[in-house]
Design a protein around this ligand. Structure first.
Ligand SMILES: Cc1cc2nc3c(=O)[nH]c(=O)nc-3n(C[C@H](O)[C@H](O)[C@H](O)COP(=O)(O)OP(=O)(O)OC[C@H]3O[C@@H](n4cnc5c(N)ncnc54)[C@H](O)[C@@H]3O)c2cc1C
Length: 560
């Protein structure tokens, strides 16, 4: 991966590597304990769980990263008053860099839980540390250092899947192409890999995975760990989209024990948005992933546990013998227990009824338009189906990356479904052609690679264009299949009923089961917007407090 001309280390060095004042160090001593290291001793090793934040009290440490061929490359040397750590230290995840003492070192080690407490107790200092941790992660993302190395062709469907997964989870990684990279070829020979088994993934801990699933990869790099089956959380949130993350931030900051589960990545649909322009407070817009990454880090600061990717496949029906306890079943056979549940599992994309669509799904058919897809389609013609705001945003973004966008919509005009500002913007783009009353009639290609798209216009005439990438933005269905048999009521389309629609004496966001709440896109009659999802995520926390304290009083366990 080529390094950008001006790295974040060049432009933000001052904020990335701040030096703490003597008085500041004295103030935070209570959060950690002093440890000593001999010259040459390792303070951290890539792939191993870190100890937390290390503030250097005496001596110096070298921070290094592995480059693509495994050689150590220096990042920075920390001296007295500086600290070692990045985002992984907030949640006690594996370290992404190596750290060695270059001379005898004395360091104040602040473990992850105490680091989170420090950030809450020391607002200004906490903000400076948090900013440094985020910038350091961004620096690692730029180079891919410390993350797994994927060996395979960039346009291969499984490479795209794995890269997409790591990118959306904010995890650094590197890609080596065996066709152009001698190191990739050397790795393939060393591990006796058949070209048909590509991609392979080398994890920082040295393990080799052959075309792994996302869960296998996540476990190997320490993104997700087993959940304690004996633990009873106050709240389990299903879904880490804007609704689920908002619940996590407010519930975590108000002292509830929270576990958030998501089967893909944090950010949900919003995380896939190329640019959100209508979210309050961001007049120039913000990419969905940037907004969601901030929320994800914020939730972790308040001690919220994240299990991503972990899929919930069922909510056990009400059982008198387990009163006050909801049990969720995960696809990996684990179980999670909580005193209340928040359903924030959102919606998934609809697919048009076109023959052989599935054959092209991993490589040429896309359900969002992020910079990854933009790069893949650069300079080409693409087709996009849809007429809503997400389609409009994707068209505007793609038009800046590709030669031409064909926008196909079924209805007679965009006005009924798309915001005025997007319609105006699309009309001003010379490389976008809008075709109303048009429908995809066929897809052509080989080996999963799309070569041409056919569509029919209002007169029934069929057009064929040599197009290798098709984008689909035709609405969504609720992710509620996992609620079958749970006793949670849904409407005719599968969206979860809440409030008066769910039954008598139900609170505004409460489902037909007391103690189970639904928020965001998954909720029947919700407004399908990021701000609405975030608002409901905040609102539900008040309902959670009320439910938890009422059930504690009922069972006689109320705190005095
Ligand atoms: C491309 C695109 C662009 C958009 N742009 C905008 C915009 O500019 N402005 C705006 O206001 N809105 C926009 N939206 C809409 C907005 O993103 C959604 O309204 C919002 O994300 C809904 O949030 P949510 O948390 O309710 O659900 P989602 O964002 O759908 O998140 C649900 C999460 O639940 C997880 N999940 C589902 N089932 C399970 C399960 N069984 N177990 C575990 N996890 C599960 C999913 O993986 C997902 O991460 C856009 C949507 C898209 C697709």
């Amino acid at each position: 991966m080529a390094a950008p001309t001006q790295s974040i280390i060049d432009t933000r060095r001052h904020q990335m590597f701040p030096k703490l004042e003597h008085q500041e160090i004295e103030r935070v001593r209570r959060f950690g304990e002093v440890r000593r290291y001999a010259a040459g001793e390792a303070l951290a090793k890539v792939g191993e769980i870190g100890h937390g934040l290390s503030i250097i009290l005496a001596g110096k440490i070298d921070i290094t990263q592995h480059d693509e061929s495994g050689r150590r490359a220096p990042i920075v040397t920390h001296g007295i008053g500086e600290f070692m750590g990045e985002l992984a230290q907030l949640a006690g995840r594996p370290v992404l860099v190596d750290a060695h003492a270059t001379e005898p070192v004395e360091a104040l080690i602040i473990p992850p839980d105490r680091l989170r407490a420090l950030m809450v107790a020391e607002a200004e200092l906490g903000e400076r540390i948090m900013r440094a941790l985020i910038l350091r992660r961004m620096g690692l993302l730029e180079t891919g250092a410390g993350g797994p190395v994927i060996v395979g062709r960039a346009e291969n469907g499984d490479v795209l899947r794995l890269e997409g997964f790591l990118r959306r989870n904010g995890h650094p990684h590197q890609l080596l192409n065996p066709e152009t990279d001698p190191e990739a070829r050397a790795l393939i020979e060393r591990f006796h890999v058949d070209p048909g088994q590509l991609p392979i993934v080398l994890c920082p801990g040295g393990q080799l995975l052959r075309n792994p699933g996302e869960t296998e990869l996540a476990r190997c790099i320490g993104l997700v760990r087993p959940i304690d089956p004996a633990r009873l959380y106050d709240v389990v949130v299903v879904g880490a989209g804007p609704a689920g993350l908002a619940t996590a931030v407010y519930a975590g900051s108000e002292g509830l024990s929270v576990l958030v589960l998501d089967c893909r990545a944090f950010g949900g649909q919003a995380g896939a948005s190329a640019r959100i322009e209508n979210y309050l407070g961001f007049p120039t817009g913000i990419t969905g992933i940037a907004l969601m990454a901030r929320a994800y880090n914020q939730a972790q600061k308040f001690g919220v546990e994240m299990a991503i990717p972990d899929e919930v496949i069922g909510l056990a029906p009400a059982d008198d013998s387990a009163a006050g306890r909801f049990v969720l079943q995960l696809s990996n056979d684990e179980r999670v227990s909580a005193r209340a549940v928040v359903i924030a599992s959102g919606a998934r994309y609809r697919r048009p009824p076109v023959a052989s669509l599935e054959a092209f799904e991993s490589t040429s058919v896309h359900y969002w338009a992020s910079p990854l897809e933009g790069k893949l389609c650069a300079g080409q013609e693409v087709a996009l189906v849809g007429a809503g705001n997400s389609a409009g945003q994707a068209v505007v973004y793609l038009a800046s990356q590709v030669a031409k966008v064909w926008l196909l919509a079924r209805g007679p005009s965009l006005e009924a479904s798309m915001s005025r500002y997007l319609i105006d913007r699309i009309r001003g783009l010379s490389n976008v052609e809008v075709l109303m009353q048009a429908q995809i009639s066929g897809l052509e290609g080989h080996d999963g690679m799309l070569e041409a798209v056919r569509w029919r216009g209002p007169a029934g005439d069929e057009v064929r264009r040599p197009i290798r990438h098709l984008f689909l933005f035709i609405g969504a269905e609720p992710n509620t299949h996992w609620l079958a048999g749970s006793g949670v009521g849904v409407d005719s389309k599968g969206f979860v009923l809440t409030g008066a629609d769910a039954g008598p004496s139900r609170g505004p966001l409460e489902t037909s089961r007391q103690g189970v709440f639904a928020i965001g896109d998954v909720r029947a009659s919700s407004v399908k917007r990021v701000a609405a999802a975030v608002g409901e995520g905040a609102q539900v926390v008040a309902a959670l407090h009320a439910f938890l304290s009422a059930s504690a009083i009922q069972s006689g366990t109320a705190k005095r």
